[in-house]
Design a protein around this ligand. Sequence first.
Ligand SMILES: CC(C)[C@H](C(=O)O)[C@@H](O)C(=O)O
Ligand code: SF4
Length: 426
Amino acid sequence: MSSPDTAFPQPHRPQTMAEKILSRRGRQTVYAGDLAVVEVDQVMVVDSIAQSFIQRMQQDLNAVPKYPERVSIVVDHVAPASTVSVAQAQKEAREYAAATGVRLFDVGRGICHQVLMEEGLARPGWIVLGSDSHSTTYGAVAAFGTGMGATDIALAAASGKTWLRVPESVKVTFTGELRPGVSAKDAALEMIRQLGADGATYMSIEMHAGDRFTRGERMTLANLCVEAGAKTGLVVPGGEILDLYDVPAWVYPDEGATYVREVVLDLSSLAPRMSAPSEVDNVHDVADLRGLRVDQVFIGTCTNGRIEDLHAAAEVLRGQRVAAHTRLLVIPASSQVMESALQDGTLLTLMQAGAVLGTPGCGPCMGRHQGVLAPGEVCVSTSNRNFIGRMGDKDARIYLASPAVAAATAIRGEIALPEDVRPVSA
Ligand SMILES: CC(C)[C@H](C(=O)O)[C@@H](O)C(=O)O
Ligand code: SF4
């Protein structure tokens, strides 16, 4: 795997993180608005796009991946396959991986973004392109992650490079500390509300959080950035990221860099938040939505399907029962998450409360299988999108929330806060 090199001309004015990474990986000093041609450290292809990717590679470009070790195919969106045509597409993806030597993460390994992160295939200063819009998630570890279509992805796989217009940056500074029961998801939803669903279109959201937030929490923040239209979402390295990775000094933004907008978000004033149908920036206090009857609760996805999310849910669900009229689906984001949750007893706690477990992967997040919604049904989900028809019927409604709020809602069978649920002594 390539490692960003060190010899590099000095920039002549202060740079944002996006400008820093794209300059370094393109070996040319660039600023917002410039065109950058950069080395790509990892190309990620998901099952739903694999067929078009393979077609572009073989028929349009007549090329093989230049660096097979820099390409990963993940079977996660509809896994295990739901129809014969899905099964056929996945079969072709497997055959392609075997023939070209690219990595394959097959059914059950987990959601693309979670898997790449666990496998060390996104690192500080890297450029990671994914055939999936939530590829902004890699910004959690200061990798410039971004989503692209099958054609651009294929070009990057074939050439090892890509070209990008260097994005302008919005600076988001987190201050204060979260109160108990309030999570990074609440902070992320509030950030999207303040920026607006298209408030950061084609921009880099540069998040300054000091040593706050774990890697998982940073993934939640960076994941949601695309819901403000962002090209990428970069969290300035701090806290446990410094223990987990070698962070090169050059990824940090310069003092005095240019931002098109600056937002300060005081975490200490935040209450649990919820995004109501059918735009992600339609964010309210959970307290204001309390009492709405809920048919399905879904805990999982690349936003909130990690071990810490399952722990937060289990803490609320321990010794409780899911309401009789409500289904609780829990789908760990990866096989690693599932194994940890099995080993530490979290899965047992969840199952004893009435949760139904699914294969690690995207599950019903985009309404393809494993829990699609009927007309009129209401779902509280820990995912990142609540658009009309996202999880099934166009007349179903989706509310986005943290794992703790989702768990409390499952117990009450209506939108609820963790504090609404009687705590059970361990
Ligand atoms: C299937 C994939 C291309 C899609 C995306 O781009 O994000 C999906 O993951 C989603 O969340 O809507
Ligand atoms: S979990 Fe949902 S948002 Fe994440 S990649 Fe899968 S479908 Fe997209």
